[in-house]
Design a protein around this ligand. Sequence first.
Ligand code: DWN
Ligand code: SAH
Ligand code: ZN
Length: 405
Amino acid sequence: MFSCKICSGHIDLIHDFGRMPIANHYLKTAQADEFFYHLQLLLCQKCSMIQLGECVAPSQMFHENYHFISSTSQNMSHHFERTAFDFLQLVQSRRDPFIVEVGCNDGIFLKHVACQGFRHLGVEPSKNVAQASRAKGIQIIEDFFNEKSALKIFNDKGPVDILYGANVITHIEDLASVMKGASALLKKDGWFIFEDPYFPHVMEKGAFDQIYDEHIYYFSVLSVDCVARSFGFKLVDVSPQPVHGGSMRYYLRSSQSSAQPKAVVGKYLQLEQKMGLNALSGYLKFCEKINQNACSLKNMLRKIKEEKNQIVGYGATAKSSTLLNYSKIGVDLLDYITDNTPPKIGKFSPGQHIPIVSHERFVEDHPAYSLLLAWNHKEEIFLKEASYRNNKGKFITYVPQLEIV
Ligand code: DWN
Ligand code: SAH
Ligand code: ZN
């Protein structure tokens, strides 16, 4: 039995996905053994935090061979360039501001801070991507962000103006330690800013593939507001971001700061309360969608295959691990998955062991159908694949709805 990881409150099951492999664990051979855990999505009705039950140890997910590399998307590179510009404006009038990023990966954001000579630090436990950041002239500590590493940064380098984390705060089970670390590290008038997929959007889109081992928490404004209050912060602003299918950026400041929450925070809190996100009944529709979406996609793939068409996957995403393993879509339906990440190529997908191949192979093959597993990068991929689509190549998308385009 689990209790809430944040407030120890009673917890209810939203959906059980069964046994799952580690989403970013690509195998060297199709026969290799792998680790499975039990993927269950739970809700705490007391603090509204949606969370996983069993969690994989961080060292099994984030290590010297982490397979997700941020700069594989040009759209995301632009997103983080704009973000750096906005954050530097927030602190430009301060004397020698210091910006720390949690989970900086290959430096997709921090390179824009470093190249302008600002004091900065990336905290990144996965050695391969930490190394890629260093190669771009970024200051890095190879460590997990928590209260202990935050205190060390504070003692070695002093207080921080902006602490930022994109697609990482949801990845850290010990959120209390993150909040205490942030509190110890930040200046009194500092900012703790983070962004993650916004769970109400995940539900709206029926994007259940966003649920996997790395995503331990599924934030809403309600749940982040509650966490902020519990750890001496206040949520003063929120800003929707058009990435990863709909993210939310949260701006936290010390509860002692004079900053007042913007009206938009109250607007979202009201909206989410109306949606019933603090009660299990608010999730029933989403649960129905999970099985409907999984079934209708599999039926469509079966039909296309029965008509003797080749189907491949496009984008070996972490998300696709949940989709393919939950729906049991394997090599009988997808010949391979094409991806532009060098370390993924030549390996096999977790659980279903589908081969991962290069983009060159995809271009050579010109398969009749491609299942868009990287649906969050649809615009970028459709631009890149204009010639494939103009030459009878078809994409199957399943989020936000199932269609052939
Ligand atoms: O939160 C997380 C996000 C930021 O990244 C992590 N937990 C893990 C990871 O999740 P993901 O793998 O679902 O992220 P993406 O950004 O949807 O992955 C896209 C994949 O598609 C990458 O492997 C790169 C690949 N890709 C491609 O082959 N051609 C992407 C683009 C844009 C392309 O043109
Ligand atoms: N911020 C990037 C990367 C997101 S993937 C982007 O948005 O594209 C998550 C990253 O966080 C990985 O690089 C992983 O190694 C790192 N990470 C995981 N747990 C962490 C922790 N406790 N502290 C710091 N980084 C962490
Ligand atoms: Zn709780």
